[in-house]
Design a protein around this ligand. Structure first.
Ligand SMILES: [Fe+2]
Length: 350
Protein backbone atom coordinates (compact mmCIF):
# COMPACT_ATOMS: atom_id res chain seq x y z
CA UNK A 1 0.00 0.00 0.00
CA UNK A 2 1.30 3.46 -0.85
CA UNK A 3 1.42 5.84 2.07
CA UNK A 4 3.11 8.99 3.37
CA UNK A 5 6.63 8.29 4.62
CA UNK A 6 7.63 8.87 8.21
CA UNK A 7 11.31 9.81 8.62
CA UNK A 8 12.49 11.29 11.89
CA UNK A 9 16.04 12.70 11.78
CA UNK A 10 18.28 14.01 14.53
CA UNK A 11 17.97 17.80 14.82
CA UNK A 12 21.71 18.33 14.49
CA UNK A 13 21.86 16.46 11.19
CA UNK A 14 18.94 18.48 9.85
CA UNK A 15 20.56 21.75 10.86
CA UNK A 16 23.82 20.74 9.20
CA UNK A 17 21.90 19.87 6.05
CA UNK A 18 20.08 23.23 6.05
CA UNK A 19 23.36 25.05 6.62
CA UNK A 20 24.90 23.35 3.57
CA UNK A 21 21.86 24.24 1.48
CA UNK A 22 22.01 27.88 2.58
CA UNK A 23 25.64 28.08 1.49
CA UNK A 24 24.56 26.81 -1.94
CA UNK A 25 21.69 29.39 -2.13
CA UNK A 26 19.06 26.69 -1.89
CA UNK A 27 16.10 26.79 0.50
CA UNK A 28 14.16 23.78 1.78
CA UNK A 29 10.53 24.71 1.08
CA UNK A 30 9.17 22.79 4.07
CA UNK A 31 10.71 25.13 6.64
CA UNK A 32 10.11 28.44 4.87
CA UNK A 33 6.57 29.30 5.80
CA UNK A 34 3.13 27.87 5.26
CA UNK A 35 0.76 28.08 2.35
CA UNK A 36 -1.66 31.01 2.38
CA UNK A 37 -5.23 29.90 1.75
CA UNK A 38 -6.26 33.31 0.42
CA UNK A 39 -4.64 36.64 -0.50
CA UNK A 40 -3.59 38.71 2.46
CA UNK A 41 -2.42 42.15 1.41
CA UNK A 42 0.47 43.86 3.13
CA UNK A 43 -1.29 47.11 2.25
CA UNK A 44 -3.89 48.49 4.66
CA UNK A 45 -7.04 50.50 4.01
CA UNK A 46 -6.12 54.17 4.23
CA UNK A 47 -7.42 57.65 3.39
CA UNK A 48 -5.42 60.75 2.50
CA UNK A 49 -7.33 63.98 3.08
CA UNK A 50 -7.26 66.83 0.59
CA UNK A 51 -7.15 69.32 3.45
CA UNK A 52 -3.66 67.91 4.23
CA UNK A 53 -2.51 67.26 0.66
CA UNK A 54 -3.29 70.58 -1.00
CA UNK A 55 -1.16 72.80 1.28
CA UNK A 56 1.78 70.40 0.86
CA UNK A 57 1.39 70.42 -2.93
CA UNK A 58 1.49 74.23 -2.85
CA UNK A 59 4.53 74.10 -0.59
CA UNK A 60 6.28 71.71 -3.01
CA UNK A 61 5.56 74.23 -5.76
CA UNK A 62 7.32 76.92 -3.73
CA UNK A 63 10.32 74.79 -2.83
CA UNK A 64 11.04 72.78 -5.99
CA UNK A 65 11.01 73.71 -9.68
CA UNK A 66 10.26 71.51 -12.66
CA UNK A 67 13.95 71.89 -13.55
CA UNK A 68 14.82 70.20 -10.25
CA UNK A 69 12.07 67.58 -10.35
CA UNK A 70 11.30 65.77 -13.60
CA UNK A 71 7.77 65.65 -12.19
CA UNK A 72 6.66 67.60 -9.09
CA UNK A 73 4.82 64.70 -7.53
CA UNK A 74 3.83 63.80 -3.98
CA UNK A 75 3.59 60.05 -3.66
CA UNK A 76 0.87 58.79 -1.35
CA UNK A 77 2.38 55.79 0.36
CA UNK A 78 0.49 53.08 2.11
CA UNK A 79 1.56 52.95 5.79
CA UNK A 80 2.32 49.23 5.64
CA UNK A 81 3.96 48.91 2.20
CA UNK A 82 7.73 49.09 1.85
CA UNK A 83 7.72 51.04 -1.41
CA UNK A 84 6.16 54.45 -1.81
CA UNK A 85 2.86 53.45 -3.34
CA UNK A 86 -0.75 53.69 -2.24
CA UNK A 87 -1.46 50.09 -3.16
CA UNK A 88 0.38 46.92 -4.09
CA UNK A 89 0.52 47.44 -7.86
CA UNK A 90 -0.78 50.97 -8.46
CA UNK A 91 0.44 54.34 -7.26
CA UNK A 92 -1.87 57.26 -6.52
CA UNK A 93 0.09 60.50 -6.51
CA UNK A 94 -0.59 64.22 -6.48
CA UNK A 95 1.09 66.28 -9.20
CA UNK A 96 1.12 70.06 -9.39
CA UNK A 97 2.08 72.28 -12.34
CA UNK A 98 2.15 75.99 -11.61
CA UNK A 99 1.19 78.86 -13.96
CA UNK A 100 3.78 79.29 -16.70
CA UNK A 101 5.42 75.92 -16.05
CA UNK A 102 6.01 72.89 -18.22
CA UNK A 103 6.90 69.34 -17.20
CA UNK A 104 9.15 68.11 -19.98
CA UNK A 105 8.39 65.32 -22.42
CA UNK A 106 9.26 61.69 -21.71
CA UNK A 107 7.80 58.21 -22.05
CA UNK A 108 7.90 54.99 -20.06
CA UNK A 109 6.64 51.42 -19.98
CA UNK A 110 4.39 52.20 -17.06
CA UNK A 111 0.85 53.19 -18.00
CA UNK A 112 -0.50 56.37 -16.47
CA UNK A 113 -3.74 58.21 -15.94
CA UNK A 114 -4.39 61.76 -14.77
CA UNK A 115 -7.57 62.70 -12.99
CA UNK A 116 -7.87 66.47 -12.78
CA UNK A 117 -8.57 67.85 -9.31
CA UNK A 118 -8.01 71.58 -9.63
CA UNK A 119 -7.37 74.10 -12.41
CA UNK A 120 -8.86 74.58 -15.85
CA UNK A 121 -7.21 74.81 -19.23
CA UNK A 122 -3.74 73.47 -18.63
CA UNK A 123 -2.92 70.67 -21.03
CA UNK A 124 -1.14 67.39 -21.54
CA UNK A 125 0.35 66.48 -24.92
CA UNK A 126 0.16 62.75 -25.72
CA UNK A 127 2.01 61.64 -28.85
CA UNK A 128 1.55 65.12 -30.28
CA UNK A 129 -2.16 65.36 -29.40
CA UNK A 130 -3.00 68.33 -27.17
CA UNK A 131 -5.48 67.41 -24.46
CA UNK A 132 -7.06 70.22 -22.43
CA UNK A 133 -7.56 69.45 -18.74
CA UNK A 134 -10.59 70.42 -16.67
CA UNK A 135 -11.68 69.34 -13.18
CA UNK A 136 -13.04 65.80 -13.10
CA UNK A 137 -11.62 64.89 -16.52
CA UNK A 138 -9.73 61.64 -17.01
CA UNK A 139 -6.68 61.87 -19.28
CA UNK A 140 -4.70 58.78 -20.31
CA UNK A 141 -1.01 58.64 -21.08
CA UNK A 142 -0.78 54.94 -21.98
CA UNK A 143 2.44 52.93 -21.93
CA UNK A 144 5.27 54.19 -24.12
CA UNK A 145 3.35 57.28 -25.29
CA UNK A 146 5.29 60.55 -25.23
CA UNK A 147 3.77 62.98 -22.78
CA UNK A 148 4.46 66.42 -21.38
CA UNK A 149 2.37 68.82 -19.34
CA UNK A 150 1.96 72.59 -19.49
CA UNK A 151 0.05 75.22 -17.58
CA UNK A 152 -0.59 78.42 -19.50
CA UNK A 153 -3.31 79.55 -17.10
CA UNK A 154 -2.99 81.83 -14.08
CA UNK A 155 -3.89 79.19 -11.47
CA UNK A 156 -2.23 75.94 -10.31
CA UNK A 157 -3.12 72.72 -12.13
CA UNK A 158 -3.31 69.80 -9.70
CA UNK A 159 -4.22 66.26 -10.58
CA UNK A 160 -4.16 62.70 -9.34
CA UNK A 161 -1.58 60.51 -11.08
CA UNK A 162 -2.35 56.80 -11.29
CA UNK A 163 0.39 54.51 -12.58
CA UNK A 164 1.21 50.80 -12.60
CA UNK A 165 4.89 51.40 -11.76
CA UNK A 166 5.01 48.96 -8.79
CA UNK A 167 3.70 46.21 -11.07
CA UNK A 168 6.10 47.04 -13.90
CA UNK A 169 8.99 47.22 -11.42
CA UNK A 170 8.06 43.85 -9.92
CA UNK A 171 7.98 42.37 -13.42
CA UNK A 172 11.35 44.02 -14.17
CA UNK A 173 9.89 45.33 -17.42
CA UNK A 174 10.38 49.07 -17.13
CA UNK A 175 11.91 51.26 -19.84
CA UNK A 176 12.17 55.04 -19.77
CA UNK A 177 13.20 57.57 -22.39
CA UNK A 178 13.65 61.32 -22.46
CA UNK A 179 12.27 63.21 -25.45
CA UNK A 180 14.84 65.13 -27.55
CA UNK A 181 13.20 68.47 -26.80
CA UNK A 182 11.60 69.97 -23.71
CA UNK A 183 8.14 69.69 -25.26
CA UNK A 184 6.61 67.84 -28.20
CA UNK A 185 5.39 69.72 -31.26
CA UNK A 186 1.63 69.89 -30.98
CA UNK A 187 -0.36 68.47 -33.90
CA UNK A 188 -3.62 69.74 -35.35
CA UNK A 189 -6.98 69.76 -33.61
CA UNK A 190 -8.13 71.08 -30.27
CA UNK A 191 -8.58 67.63 -28.73
CA UNK A 192 -8.00 65.05 -31.49
CA UNK A 193 -8.58 61.76 -29.66
CA UNK A 194 -11.89 63.07 -28.32
CA UNK A 195 -12.90 64.26 -31.78
CA UNK A 196 -12.21 60.84 -33.29
CA UNK A 197 -13.31 58.44 -30.55
CA UNK A 198 -15.31 60.52 -28.07
CA UNK A 199 -18.74 59.37 -29.23
CA UNK A 200 -19.22 55.77 -28.15
CA UNK A 201 -19.95 53.46 -31.06
CA UNK A 202 -18.48 55.70 -33.75
CA UNK A 203 -14.94 55.77 -35.08
CA UNK A 204 -13.18 57.32 -38.08
CA UNK A 205 -13.77 55.04 -41.07
CA UNK A 206 -11.02 56.54 -43.25
CA UNK A 207 -8.21 55.11 -41.18
CA UNK A 208 -7.55 51.67 -39.71
CA UNK A 209 -8.42 51.06 -36.08
CA UNK A 210 -5.29 51.60 -33.95
CA UNK A 211 -3.46 48.37 -33.18
CA UNK A 212 -2.40 49.33 -29.64
CA UNK A 213 -4.18 47.50 -26.83
CA UNK A 214 -4.79 50.71 -24.93
CA UNK A 215 -7.73 52.98 -25.66
CA UNK A 216 -7.32 55.38 -28.62
CA UNK A 217 -9.49 57.81 -26.63
CA UNK A 218 -7.24 59.70 -24.20
CA UNK A 219 -9.68 62.26 -22.80
CA UNK A 220 -12.89 61.39 -20.95
CA UNK A 221 -14.56 64.66 -19.86
CA UNK A 222 -16.47 64.70 -16.59
CA UNK A 223 -19.41 66.41 -18.30
CA UNK A 224 -20.12 63.28 -20.39
CA UNK A 225 -19.65 60.88 -17.49
CA UNK A 226 -21.82 62.93 -15.17
CA UNK A 227 -24.63 63.14 -17.72
CA UNK A 228 -24.56 59.35 -18.19
CA UNK A 229 -24.59 58.74 -14.43
CA UNK A 230 -27.51 61.12 -13.92
CA UNK A 231 -29.54 59.46 -16.70
CA UNK A 232 -29.03 56.02 -15.13
CA UNK A 233 -29.59 57.23 -11.58
CA UNK A 234 -32.92 58.72 -12.63
CA UNK A 235 -33.94 55.26 -13.85
CA UNK A 236 -32.98 53.67 -10.53
CA UNK A 237 -30.22 51.61 -12.19
CA UNK A 238 -27.01 50.43 -10.57
CA UNK A 239 -25.15 47.76 -8.63
CA UNK A 240 -25.89 46.79 -5.02
CA UNK A 241 -22.12 46.88 -4.40
CA UNK A 242 -21.15 50.12 -6.13
CA UNK A 243 -24.25 52.18 -6.85
CA UNK A 244 -24.40 53.58 -10.38
CA UNK A 245 -20.95 52.69 -11.69
CA UNK A 246 -19.58 53.13 -15.20
CA UNK A 247 -16.29 51.90 -16.62
CA UNK A 248 -14.19 54.16 -18.83
CA UNK A 249 -13.66 51.78 -21.74
CA UNK A 250 -11.54 51.43 -24.82
CA UNK A 251 -14.25 52.37 -27.35
CA UNK A 252 -12.85 49.93 -29.92
CA UNK A 253 -13.04 46.85 -27.70
CA UNK A 254 -15.32 47.68 -24.78
CA UNK A 255 -12.44 46.52 -22.59
CA UNK A 256 -10.44 48.44 -19.99
CA UNK A 257 -8.91 51.81 -20.83
CA UNK A 258 -5.40 50.34 -20.55
CA UNK A 259 -4.18 46.71 -20.40
CA UNK A 260 -3.14 46.96 -16.75
CA UNK A 261 -5.57 49.54 -15.35
CA UNK A 262 -9.36 49.73 -15.35
CA UNK A 263 -10.98 53.08 -14.52
CA UNK A 264 -14.44 53.74 -13.13
CA UNK A 265 -16.73 56.55 -12.07
CA UNK A 266 -19.65 55.93 -9.74
CA UNK A 267 -22.49 57.80 -8.15
CA UNK A 268 -23.78 57.04 -4.68
CA UNK A 269 -27.15 58.59 -4.05
CA UNK A 270 -27.74 60.48 -0.77
CA UNK A 271 -28.22 57.90 1.97
CA UNK A 272 -27.07 55.01 -0.21
CA UNK A 273 -25.24 52.23 1.66
CA UNK A 274 -23.77 49.57 -0.61
CA UNK A 275 -23.44 45.89 0.17
CA UNK A 276 -20.06 44.52 1.21
CA UNK A 277 -17.94 42.73 -1.35
CA UNK A 278 -14.30 41.80 -1.84
CA UNK A 279 -12.32 41.30 -5.03
CA UNK A 280 -8.91 40.13 -6.16
CA UNK A 281 -7.63 43.53 -7.23
CA UNK A 282 -6.45 46.62 -5.44
CA UNK A 283 -8.42 49.82 -5.91
CA UNK A 284 -7.53 53.47 -5.39
CA UNK A 285 -10.40 55.93 -5.06
CA UNK A 286 -10.61 59.67 -5.52
CA UNK A 287 -13.65 61.54 -4.22
CA UNK A 288 -14.72 63.91 -6.97
CA UNK A 289 -17.42 65.39 -4.77
CA UNK A 290 -19.60 64.40 -1.86
CA UNK A 291 -19.06 63.18 1.67
CA UNK A 292 -19.44 59.89 3.43
CA UNK A 293 -17.39 56.94 4.50
CA UNK A 294 -16.29 53.50 3.42
CA UNK A 295 -15.99 50.49 5.68
CA UNK A 296 -12.90 48.65 4.47
CA UNK A 297 -11.59 45.56 6.21
CA UNK A 298 -13.13 46.67 9.51
CA UNK A 299 -11.82 50.25 9.28
CA UNK A 300 -13.96 53.30 8.72
CA UNK A 301 -12.47 55.68 6.14
CA UNK A 302 -14.25 59.04 6.32
CA UNK A 303 -14.02 60.95 3.08
CA UNK A 304 -15.07 64.23 1.54
CA UNK A 305 -14.37 66.20 -1.63
CA UNK A 306 -11.01 65.43 -3.29
CA UNK A 307 -9.80 62.88 -0.72
CA UNK A 308 -8.00 59.73 -1.87
CA UNK A 309 -8.42 56.30 -0.31
CA UNK A 310 -7.24 52.78 -1.02
CA UNK A 311 -8.90 49.37 -0.77
CA UNK A 312 -6.38 46.49 -0.69
CA UNK A 313 -6.99 43.24 -2.51
CA UNK A 314 -9.45 40.69 -1.09
CA UNK A 315 -10.70 43.12 1.55
CA UNK A 316 -14.41 43.65 2.15
CA UNK A 317 -15.54 47.16 1.34
CA UNK A 318 -18.84 49.01 1.47
CA UNK A 319 -19.57 52.66 0.73
CA UNK A 320 -21.94 55.02 2.50
CA UNK A 321 -23.04 58.38 1.16
CA UNK A 322 -23.70 60.19 4.44
CA UNK A 323 -24.29 63.57 2.81
CA UNK A 324 -27.33 65.19 1.27
CA UNK A 325 -25.92 65.43 -2.28
CA UNK A 326 -24.91 62.70 -4.71
CA UNK A 327 -21.34 61.48 -4.16
CA UNK A 328 -19.13 60.92 -7.20
CA UNK A 329 -16.11 58.63 -6.88
CA UNK A 330 -13.41 57.96 -9.43
CA UNK A 331 -11.48 54.70 -9.01
CA UNK A 332 -8.85 52.64 -10.75
CA UNK A 333 -7.86 49.01 -10.27
CA UNK A 334 -5.47 46.33 -11.47
CA UNK A 335 -8.43 44.01 -12.23
CA UNK A 336 -7.46 43.71 -15.94
CA UNK A 337 -4.17 42.11 -14.88
CA UNK A 338 -5.95 39.65 -12.60
CA UNK A 339 -8.52 38.80 -15.26
CA UNK A 340 -5.90 38.36 -18.00
CA UNK A 341 -4.10 35.84 -15.78
CA UNK A 342 -7.30 34.08 -14.58
CA UNK A 343 -6.60 35.25 -11.03
CA UNK A 344 -9.69 37.41 -10.57
CA UNK A 345 -12.39 36.51 -8.03
CA UNK A 346 -15.09 38.42 -6.27
CA UNK A 347 -17.32 37.53 -3.37
CA UNK A 348 -20.24 39.18 -1.63
CA UNK A 349 -20.27 39.10 2.17
CA UNK A 350 -22.61 36.67 3.85
FE1 LIG B 1 5.51 60.28 -17.11
Amino acid sequence: MLQRSNIVSPEEELQNFYEELRAQHVTPAWISGGVSVEPKSKAVPYVWHWRDLRPQAMRAAELVGTEQAERRVLRLHNPELEGSSASNTLVANIQIVMPGEIARAHRHSASALRFIIEGSGGYTVVNGARIPMFPGDLVLTPNWTWHDHANGTDAPMIWLDGLDTPLVRMLEAGFYEQYGEEAQPVGEGADPSLAKYGVGGLRPAWEPAPAARYSPLWHYPLSQARAALERLAAEGAGSPFDGVILEYTNPLTGGPAMPTIACYIQMLRPGEHTQARRRVCCTNYHVIEGSGYSLVGGRQLDWEDKDVFTVPTWTFYEHVNAGDRPALLFSFTDAPVMKALDLYREEAKG
